[in-house]
Design a protein around this ligand. Structure first.
Ligand SMILES: C[S@@+](CC[C@H](N)C(=O)[O-])C[C@H]1O[C@@H](n2cnc3c(N)ncnc32)[C@H](O)[C@@H]1O
Length: 497
């Protein structure tokens, strides 16, 4: 499909990113939360086209999940993995003569990949090798027309596998960012939440974004500006929030266009296939230019695009009746220098730069001591010299009791009881029940290094609106100086009027 080729009419159904149903339903977009930072988007299906007796199945490294176990559940529910019967799927491939096997826990990718070895190798090479036959990439979906032989599901009841689980979550821009098919480097949640806040994006705003890349920022921006779907009625006066996205890489445009359609966002996001550096931000002839309140440029050379964003250009896509807030995202300081230099020469104000240095900080209680032995998340070594000496005394005394008991056994005398380790741990556990653990130990903080982000410098600036004599006159009429100053206005000579 060509990037400029429109899809069918904009989807009429509400976007699952803005409206969540109480329960998961057929054909709805869901995110499987497998583990921290491992999320998987999928569309829940009631049709079987993969030869599983249980109907549509998603295989992950944490087990197989028939969609029948995911449908009709509350969002956030923990779903147990199932044993699945590959049925006819197992017999389909010519090179695979073995009888179909049950796919138990953790049998996902390799067992399920019964089509051919090339495709299985490709999957292994794929960044998301934990996933098999999941309709994650709309690009893949585009290449695969819907199967003619899809049959209504009469699924075999799923049998729990005994281990392996996931949580089913509704789609949000955050979950989408963590799970999307990366076609480019993406803007991550900590960055876009800060950027959108600095751009003053709010319901009803108009944002320009270039380049759209994998659509991570696009989804977050769409949610930030959403204040209802554009109304076709001419009487509606409400200005709908809108995101104008530009991208010059044709396959990325086609993929993102399909995603936006599938996600019910195509009436909020206007995606254009265009090189903004060379050709500016104009839209097709039938569409009026955007009147942007905010601009986000995630391009290698933002200053080349900025030359099309001036107040003096008649076709400039800026809102003439308000200031325009700008953010550019650059991976190196040279780009920042060039951008800031351009902004200074072209009437932009409030120019500032910040480096993104997100850190995830783990704050917890550090509990050390022998009384913690056997408890979870503790350091069970002696916390003080006294504790260490006491432990040595205990060991010594046990040893001497042991020798006494041996001597007593030889002489036929009575033996003393020695506390076993299991008894000691049981006693500590019992005592712990009465302790207020959340108050104990030192409060410590540790920086976790693995926050997903890129080296990035964000440049912010504001382009004020044009202000002329006429604006000044209207303003003076609306807010007469005497009223504003409470009769304290001064005349031209600086005297009180
Ligand atoms: C880092 S990616 C953007 C990622 C995106 N912001 C996201 O969150 O997924 C940069 C994108 O800019 C696009 N691009 C680069 N130069 C461009 C230009 N002159 N016009 C339009 N798009 C451009 C690239 O094709 C690439 O997809």
């Amino acid at each position: 499909m060509a990037a400029d080729e429109p899809l069918e009419a904009p989807s009429k159904r509400p976007s699952p990113f803005f409206h969540s149903t109480p329960l998961t339903g057929p054909d709805s977009l869901a995110i499987l939360h497998l583990k921290r930072d491992s999320l998987l988007p999928l569309t829940l299906r009631t049709t079987a086209d993969e030869g599983y007796a249980e109907g549509a199945v998603t295989n992950t490294r944490f087990g197989s999940f028939p969609h029948s176990t995911l449908l009709g559940t509350e969002w956030g529910t923990q779903i147990r993995a199932s044993k699945v019967d590959t049925g006819s799927r197992g017999r389909k491939g010519k090179q695979h003569k073995e009888p179909p096997k049950d796919q138990g826990e953790r049998s996902g990718p390799s067992n399920a990949a019964s089509k051919d070895s090339d495709s299985s190798k490709k999957r292994k090479a794929d960044e998301s090798s934990q996933i098999d036959d999941v309709p994650t990439s709309p690009a893949k979906k585009l290449k695969q027309p819907p199967q003619q032989n899809e049959q209504p599901l009469v699924p075999k009841a799923a049998v729990e596998a005994g281990s392996g689980f996931c949580h089913i979550l509704p789609p949000t821009p955050e979950a989408w960012t963590s799970s999307l098919d990366h076609r480019t480097q993406v803007v991550y949640t900590p960055d876009y939440s800060y950027i959108l806040q600095r751009l003053r994006a709010r319901p009803g705003s108009t944002i320009i974004e270039a380049g759209a890349g994998s659509g991570s920022f696009t989804h977050a921006a769409a949610r930030a500006v959403f204040n209802g779907y554009p109304s076709s009625s001419s009487t509606s006066t409400q200005h709908s929030g809108k995101v104008y996205s530009y991208e010059y890489h044709e396959p990325r445009v086609a993929t993102l266009r399909q995603e936006l359609h599938d996600h019910g966002l195509d009436s909020i996001v206007h995606l254009t296939h265009r090189d903004v550096c060379n050709k500016g931000f104009a839209l097709d002839a039938s569409t009026p230019p955007p009147r942007a309140d905010a601009i986000f440029l995630d391009l290698p050379a933002p200053w080349l695009a900025l030359k099309h964003l001036t107040r003096s250009t008649p076709s400039a896509p800026l809102n003439p009746s308000g200031p325009t807030h700008l953010c550019t995202f650059s991976p190196c300081i040279e780009q920042v220098t060039a951008t800031v230099s351009f902004l200074r020469k072209n009437h932009w104000t409030e120019i500032s730069m910040c480096e993104v240095q997100h850190k995830r900080i783990d704050v917890r209680r550090d509990r050390v001591g022998l009384k913690e032995e056997g408890l979870r998340g503790v350091n069970a070594s002696a916390a003080s010299v006294e504790e260490a000496i006491q432990r040595l005394r205990d060991v010594e005394s046990k040893l001497s009791v042991y020798h006494e008991n041996r001597a007593a056994a030889e002489e036929g005398g009575q033996q003393k009881k020695i506390q076993s380790k299991a008894e000691r741990l049981e006693k500590i556990k019992r005592e712990a029940e009465g302790r207020k653990m959340y108050k104990e130990g030192n409060l410590v903080q540790r920086t976790e290094p693995e926050v997903r982000t890129h080296t990035s410098y964000l440049v912010f600036a504001v382009l004020p609106r044009v202000w002329g004599e006429e604006d000044e006159r209207r303003c003076a009429e609306a807010w007469p100086v005497e009223e504003v100053m409470g009769g304290e206005a001064e005349n031209e000579d600086g005297k009180k009027a």
